[in-house]
Design a protein around this ligand. Structure first.
Ligand SMILES: [Zn+2]
Length: 75
């Protein structure tokens, strides 16, 4: 059971906000997830995004997830 999950702006804003220059704060890989906190923004790769989601989603103001881009493409 997940309580009030933060809205995903990916549905509201079709354009991609993250680029190859955005890097995961934890490992430096390309960031696919941007978390807006009251104190600022955090960037995570898909791996760390899912890893920290449970912990951060409770306090995150916004959870922008573009990790679906990893499975899209070359079709
Ligand atoms: Zn990472």
């Amino acid at each position: 059971m997940s309580p009030t999950a933060p809205r995903s702006t990916a549905e509201l804003e079709p354009r991609h906000l993250l680029t190859a220059e955005d890097r995961c704060d934890s490992c430096g890989a390309q960031a696919y997830i941007r978390v807006t906190m009251a104190t600022g923004e955090l960037l995570f790769c898909a791996h760390h995004g899912s890893r920290f989601k449970e912990k951060l989603s409770a306090t995150a103001l916004e959870w922008h997830d573009e990790s679906s881009r990893l499975t899209e493409g070359d079709r």
